[in-house]
Write a protein that binds this ligand. Sequence first.
Ligand SMILES: [Zn+2]
Length: 484
Amino acid sequence: MFGILRGNCIYQKMKIIFYLCLVLPRLALAESNNPSVHYEVKVGDDLQSLEVSICFDHKLPPALFANDGSSTFVSNVRFNTGKVLEFELDRVNIPAAETGRCIFYDVLLIPRYRGEQRGGAETRLIDGREMLTSIGDWLLRPSSKTDYAEFDINFILPNGVYVSAPWSRLDKARFIGVNTAIEWEGIVAFSSQVPDTVDVNGSIFEVSILGEFQRATAADMSHWVRQSAEGVSALMGFFPRTKVQVIISPSDRTKTIVPWAYITRGGGAGIHLFVKRDANLEQLLWDFSLPHEMSHFMFPHIDSGDYWIIEGLPTYLQHLSMVKSGAITAQESWSRLYRGFASGKHTGRGYTVAESMRRLARRGTYLRVYWGGAAYFFQRDVDLRVQSQGAVTLLDVLLKYHECCYDEFRSISGDKLLSDLDVLFETDLFVRRKLVEIEIEEFPDFKATFEALGIQFLGAKPVFDEGAANGIAAQIMNPVGFDR
Ligand SMILES: [Zn+2]
């Protein structure tokens, strides 16, 4: 098909073909840099009231969507002509005959402020003055499956307020956003603290702090982000995303350093971490949460609910990246892996990893799912390295996948990811062993994997055999890090 069109361009020299072949691609390119949907968001001094306008250069979409809870926040949806539109649960339908080009609406955020956040993105007031918002609560958007692929958004902010968003930043308050699926969560935050930018070999991490911390300074937080990102970047030689929004907010009711963290993919990569208010830098670097969350971006969004893959892969990779960043030693990393696998094996006994996943809400089963998945990927990594005498690793597989197939704005199923990994290395290892280790046997046999590497444990302390297998173990927990 490509050849025929090219032939036509060169030999027939017909005006119309020339237009189709040469002019059209340029127009398409220009258009992708000039979104046809324009938002303006005026933020009130209380950070709770927003006045939003959306203008379309071309035809209006048939509907605008948000979360199903958004009708409590959004009101007075109307055209520039003054005509009012009805809000129905999670959408506003737009009459086909409508000729207006702009829609206006008001938002009054009702933020949570009690208790501690334990789910995904939500609208919450931090320390009584800074505002975290879930985009789905207030940003009405056309369906991502329509022609409205990109938008620009301009915030009009009160003095001394900074905005953090997952989209590409143009300046202090303007962004260009990709219109990802409505159900993909994203965060917009309004803070009185200037965001910091951390550049790790071209990948930009924008760090926004909400609320007050007692020991860790803003510079400590940026140090933590940089060192964690360098560790993860050392896995494939680069960080898998070019732009990452990082939000850090305080937590009081906890003994753990990072009691809760999650990622978002709506509009781009986002990481939100809750940090114990009196944590110091040393404790932050010792904690696994940030390298874990960052490792989620090593593979695309998985829509099949395969939490053993979604959580298992980062749970394994966080150990490799923390050794590479210098946060922990190889010994400490082996010992954490061993203790983690043992905890997964001993909680929720009597159920396979796949069965535990279906009972995920129950106490303890998540440990079996996370660590069962981690043990599966650990075994695949060892299989690949042993078979190839260290020439091929799980990281090579992920790198190859990244080059051929990674699309940050698309979802795939867990099974498709595994079969793609098999195709890349002409093997059936990933799919075949999933059946055995995740669906048939109770738990992956991690003790056999450690044995194959020549590692025994005295308590949780690794003891290394003399022998050739040691080379593979040393290669896995290799402290040679990222080239700065
Ligand atoms: Zn995770």
